[in-house]
Design a protein around this ligand. Structure first.
Ligand code: ADP
Ligand SMILES: O=P(O)(O)O[C@H]1O[C@H](CO)[C@@H](O[C@H]2O[C@H](CO)[C@@H](O)[C@H](O)[C@H]2O)[C@H](O)[C@H]1O
Length: 447
């Protein structure tokens, strides 16, 4: 036995665990974990490229599946084939060819859209090099292939949403070029999505930090009204098709609010009971019950409006501006929530709240990096974005009246800030002060 088969069969479990648990996309870094292989698929013998589905189990009994693309260096396993241009090119070729590879209990199928660009021979592939929850490579400077790391059964919302939005004429998204998926007795799941590469565009988060760092107000601010309009139009489209059950807008049932409250309540309980003993958390430590009381006060209003499929993790880093237009990226939803929850219909104001939190993040991050952030910057950014949003969204999707909208937005900002606290503790503890400040501020808000 030689090549990828040999490398897969001589795999060192300790080395595998050590590699997986130190990756940016592996969120349970703070816990003790064992990693086992659930499925191993040689994808391309000549290139020495293979696919692993691995399971990470914690002592507490949680278990999650992850995708690895691996390579054979002799009979040694290279854990990161995406860092190798020749193996990444082999993956791109499988996509471009619309290939099918049998696994021991099923198949991996690759799909390439009819109007997607023809790939080079061989394709030129390089890492995208962005701060990410997954791993992306750029193919021929034309396509970005995002390889999903955390796998869950079912269609990934990124694929589902790009398909829906493009087929309904919404153009402020990258074009869908292809995808690949696993259908096997281990798992049926989307493994990766390929989309048009926006080479000349600049990320909204970078625009915000440039603006705040330079003391100028010409990078992000002038485009925020347009960005709000793009998000409003996106929601109008997402709420427009009653013939597709998974997208048809719904009126919230009696259970919607109690379910929301219970979920956020539980999340507060979970995050606050495990707050690290560090001065960064001092402003909120021991105040979980106070926050839950605030949550209850904020939710004593009327309707939240209609429930629709939405972006689910909207922030400045999910937008790009180029050639005078905005593009919205990354429809995967919040990566650390279960897929079922990420596909659930919710008020579109949840996305708006995500973006408003992002303005607070940008102001804090720039301030922490030494910038002199004008005190009105965040509220001006909010106002411009909201003005554009309300001009474009279908008002029938929202609760009636400004006060009701403001109250629902505050409620979703609280939900998002609690999610961010958990996200930062798990992924970037050095950023935790930002959601801590956000939560402390929301606790003081008069509902
Ligand atoms: N189609 C694209 N063209 C150019 N850059 C992109 C594209 N998609 C994503 N990016 C860049 O990569 C970053 C991470 O992408 P994203 O889809 O959010 O990945 P993840 O879900 O893994 O975090 C984005 O913030 C953006 O800067
Ligand atoms: O990886 P994703 O982009 O899908 O989203 C996750 O990571 C984001 C950080 O990269 C995180 O966003 C938080 O930090 C941003 C600044 O880096 C900020 O603009 C966002 O407002 C803040 O929520 C996101 O929450 C998480 O799901």
């Amino acid at each position: 036995m030689t090549g990828i088969d040999a490398a897969l069969s001589s795999l060192d479990p300790d080395a595998l665990t050590a590699w997986v648990t130190t990756q940016r996309w592996f969120s349970a870094k703070s816990r003790e974990v064992t990693v086992d292989v659930r499925d191993a698929v040689p994808l391309d013998e000549d290139a020495g490229l293979g696919l692993l589905v691995v399971e990470a189990r914690t002592a507490a009994g949680t278990h999650e599946l992850f995708q690895l693309l691996v390579g054979a260096d002799g009979d040694r396993l290279d854990h990161d084939a995406l860092a190798d241009p020749a193996r990444s090119a082999a993956l791109a070729r499988l996509l471009g060819d619309g290939a099918r590879v049998d696994t021991s209990g099923g198949e991996v199928t690759f799909h390439w859209a009819d109007d997607a660009p023809a790939l080079g021979d061989p394709p030129d592939v390089r890492p995208l090099g962005a701060e990410q929850s997954n791993s992306s490579v750029v193919i021929d400077d034309a396509v970005v292939l995002k390889v999903f790391r955390h796998l869950e059964p079912g269609v990934n919302p990124e694929l589902e949403m790009l398909e829906f939005l493009s087929s309904h004429g919404f153009t402020a998204i990258p074009t869908l070029a292809g995808w690949y998926q696993l259908s096997s007795d281990v798992l049926d799941a989307t493994l990766g999505v390929a989309q048009g590469f926006l080479g000349e565009a600049t990320n909204g988060w970078d625009l915000a930090l440039d603006e705040l760092g330079s003391g100028r107000t010409d990078r992000l601010t002038p485009g925020l009204r347009d960005l709000g309009a793009v998000v409003g139009e996106m929601h109008a489209v997402l709420g427009s098709d009653v013939s597709r059950p998974e997208f048809a807008p719904e009126a919230p049932g009696d259970e919607a609010l109690p379910l929301f409250m219970a979920t956020v309540d539980e999340e507060i309980e979970h995050v606050f009971s495990g707050l690290p003993d560090h001065e960064v958390f001092a402003p909120i430590a021991g105040r979980g019950d106070e926050l839950r009381d605030q949550l209850r006060r904020m939710s004593q209003g009327g309707s939240v409006g209609r429930l629709i499929r939405h972006h689910g993790d909207l922030h400045l880093g999910q937008t790009m501006q180029g050639g005078g237009r905005w593009t919205v990226l990354d429809f995967e939803g919040e990566p650390s929530r279960p897929l079922l929850e990420r596909r659930r219909k919710r008020s579109p104001l949840r996305d708006v709240a995500g973006m408003l939190r992002s303005f607070a993040y940008a102001a804090s991050a720039a301030g922490r990096a030494g910038a002199d952030v004008p005190s009105s910057w965040e509220s001006d950014a909010r106002d411009a974005f909201l003005e554009g949003y309300h001009a474009a969204v279908d008002p029938a999707l929202l609760p009636a009246g400004d006060a009701a909208v403001a109250q629902v937005l505050a409620l979703f900002e609280l939900e998002k800030a609690v999610y961010e606290l958990r996200y930062e503790i798990d992924n970037r503890p050095e950023w935790a002060a930002i959601p801590v400040a956000g939560i402390a501020r929301l606790m003081e808000l008069e509902p």
